[in-house]
Design a protein around this ligand. Structure first.
Ligand code: FES
Length: 122
């Protein structure tokens, strides 16, 4: 494997330490830049933290961190959601699927908490 490709593969599989968990306000969004990606982070009462693209798939506007957190029952299961602040399309935070219309899915990113720090895989 060439060194350039090795570097690219490594960067695709590296968790980024974004912030301490307590820096995220519960039930509110925060924006972060990870490498070239603009990311929106959402923390919840049960300490779940979710990450999505900051860009709404409806128009490309970078607004998702100002969205409205919530939940919705989908196929009998309660799932966390985020509503875009502009036109209120609602997206699942686990899959990114739009549950309010035909808008393409919102990009979601894996999140893990290690030693009370939020790590995101972009
Ligand atoms: S910009 Fe997000 S739903 Fe229109």
């Amino acid at each position: 494997m060439s060194s350039m490709l090795e570097t690219r593969v490594q960067s695709l599989t590296t968790w980024s330490d974004v912030c301490a968990r307590q820096e995220l306000e519960t039930n509110w969004g925060e924006a972060a830049v990870i490498g070239d990606a603009q990311v929106a982070l959402f923390a919840f009462d049960d300490d779940t933290v979710c990450a999505t693209a900051q860009s709404c798939p409806s128009t490309g506007a970078h607004v998702m961190s100002r969205g409205i957190t919530g939940s919705k029952v989908v196929d009998g299961s309660q799932v966390l959601t985020i509503a875009c602040p502009l036109h209120k399309e609602v997206f699942r935070l686990d899959t990114g699927e739009c549950v309010s219309g035909d808008t393409p899915a919102l990009q979601v990113y894996p999140v893990t908490i290690v030693a009370d720090h939020v790590l995101v895989l972009v």
